[in-house]
Write a protein that binds this ligand. Sequence first.
Ligand SMILES: *[C@@H]1O[C@H](CO)[C@@H](O)[C@H](O)[C@H]1NC(C)=O
Ligand SMILES: *[C@@H]1O[C@H](CO)[C@@H](O)[C@H](O)[C@H]1NC(C)=O
Ligand SMILES: *[C@@H]1O[C@H](CO)[C@@H](O)[C@H](O)[C@H]1NC(C)=O
Ligand SMILES: *[C@@H]1O[C@H](CO)[C@@H](O)[C@H](O)[C@H]1NC(C)=O
Ligand SMILES: [Zn+2]
Length: 323
Amino acid sequence: MLLRALFILSSATTPTFALPVGTTNQNATLGSTVHIINIPDISSQACNTKQPSQELKNTHKALRDNPHLHPRTTQQIQVNVYSHFVTTFDQAYHYPPNVRKNLIGKQIDALNAAYQSANIAFAPKTTSYTVRDDWATDANSTNMKNSLRQGGYADLNIYFQTNLSSAPYRYSPASTLLGYCTLPTNMTYPNGHGGLTEFPPYDYATDGCNVLAASMPQSPVKVYGYDLGKTAVHEVGHWFGLLHTFQDNTCDPSDPGDFMNDTPQESISTSGCPTGKNSCPNRAGYDPINNYMDYSTDECYTQFTPDQQARMISMYNLYRQNE
Ligand SMILES: *[C@@H]1O[C@H](CO)[C@@H](O)[C@H](O)[C@H]1NC(C)=O
Ligand SMILES: *[C@@H]1O[C@H](CO)[C@@H](O)[C@H](O)[C@H]1NC(C)=O
Ligand SMILES: *[C@@H]1O[C@H](CO)[C@@H](O)[C@H](O)[C@H]1NC(C)=O
Ligand SMILES: *[C@@H]1O[C@H](CO)[C@@H](O)[C@H](O)[C@H]1NC(C)=O
Ligand SMILES: [Zn+2]
């Protein structure tokens, strides 16, 4: 694996880097009323991304311990994005075609702004629109993704769901979720000719990110504090393989946490934007409250660290850019 990583990283050519233009620059037609969605407990409702597999942790450890595998230079990648807007019947009236188009364009712009420092650009491809209660609440996620997912394992699919929730997938403020995403996993097998072949799309149909539509920039239905499109920025970080800055919720110096050397150890996720928060006072540094991989408010989220930026490129090359 490491040998292959070295090969990819040293032989990769630099693709041309062009910031894709959002689908529109016009502000949404918001109407006179802004509707508010309440998230009572951000620590349990921000993100339902699963715990990392041992395989992913091993890759993180290998990349952390072998800095020569980190391309700290100007390697750039461009990711195709397929956007799916999925609404319940009762919410559809908020999202006429021009509003949806504007929201998706603004969301792609927000992703590009946040990932520019990592030399990652997002190129919008097709969008889909579905009005269906069980998909919009995420009651039938696998079924939805089997029907809607586009592209290969290197391509990002984002499902913007108006009523994204956790089990039992019935609407209540307490079950509303901001998002979750699949972490990368090894989708290749040796093809017998010295190379690797990617599994067929059916095997990774659930790959992608689920995001509450109300977190999109300028949405007519919004969650206060989480309305600048940074939820998608956080979730897509997971899609590239990043873990939470508070991974494992401990100050134990022997715990690898998020496997980054430049994010201070953090034992408690952040809510709001509390300057000076220090959940591990005996460990170096204050909590990384401005890091996209914490749970802070959108305004507070301003950075990926250099290690996270490099790690995303490494992980993308290892897991998602298969020939
Ligand atoms: C994925 O599995 C293949 C075949 O076992 C192996 O050659 C490759 O290095 C693995 N890739 C990663 C990123 O672990
Ligand atoms: C969108 O609205 C904001 C805030 O009202 C304004 O500053 C900005 O210029 C508008 N952009 C466009 C393209 O109309
Ligand atoms: C999911 O969708 C499939 C196909 O439409 C349907 O057969 C199944 O009953 C649904 N499951 C749930 C939990 O809604
Ligand atoms: C969708 O969410 C809204 C609140 O944002 C709620 O009023 C509505 O009942 C939900 N619809 C369904 C089908 O869950
Ligand atoms: Zn998360």
